[in-house]
Design a protein around this ligand. Structure first.
Ligand SMILES: [Zn+2]
Length: 109
């Protein structure tokens, strides 16, 4: 379950920046290609924040759809997996979105 490792990284970043400040809400932006399961992420978050300054904080997840642009015909396409194939037949697709993993907002009490 890589959600646990991701959550630990995120929490380390937050506590590094904010110290012991009481956090009540965290909003993350996660690209679909990161293969993160929101429910698993919420579970990992609840487990990892227990008895920390983030205990009880609400986790919000904004999922970002994957998009790419074909380098051959320049059309933009929605991607539903890691294999990108343009309707023109080209697999030379530049990734525009879908690999995000960012902390968008942290609300401190
Ligand atoms: Zn194309």
């Amino acid at each position: 379950m890589h959600e646990l490792a991701l959550t630990e990284n995120i929490l380390a970043t937050i506590t590094e920046r904010l110290g012991d400040a009481r956090v009540v809400r965290v909003r993350l932006e996660i690209g679909r290609l990161m293969a993160v399961l929101p429910d698993a992420m919420r579970f990992a978050f609840a487990v990892c924040t227990k008895d920390t300054s983030l205990d009880g904080a609400r986790l919000e997840i904004d999922e970002v759809a994957a998009r790419g642009r074909c380098r051959d015909c320049a059309s933009e396409l929605a991607l539903d997996g890691v294999v990108a194939l343009c309707p023109c037949g080209s697999a030379d697709v530049e990734l525009l979105a879908g690999q995000e993993l960012q902390i968008k907002e942290v609300e401190v009490a």
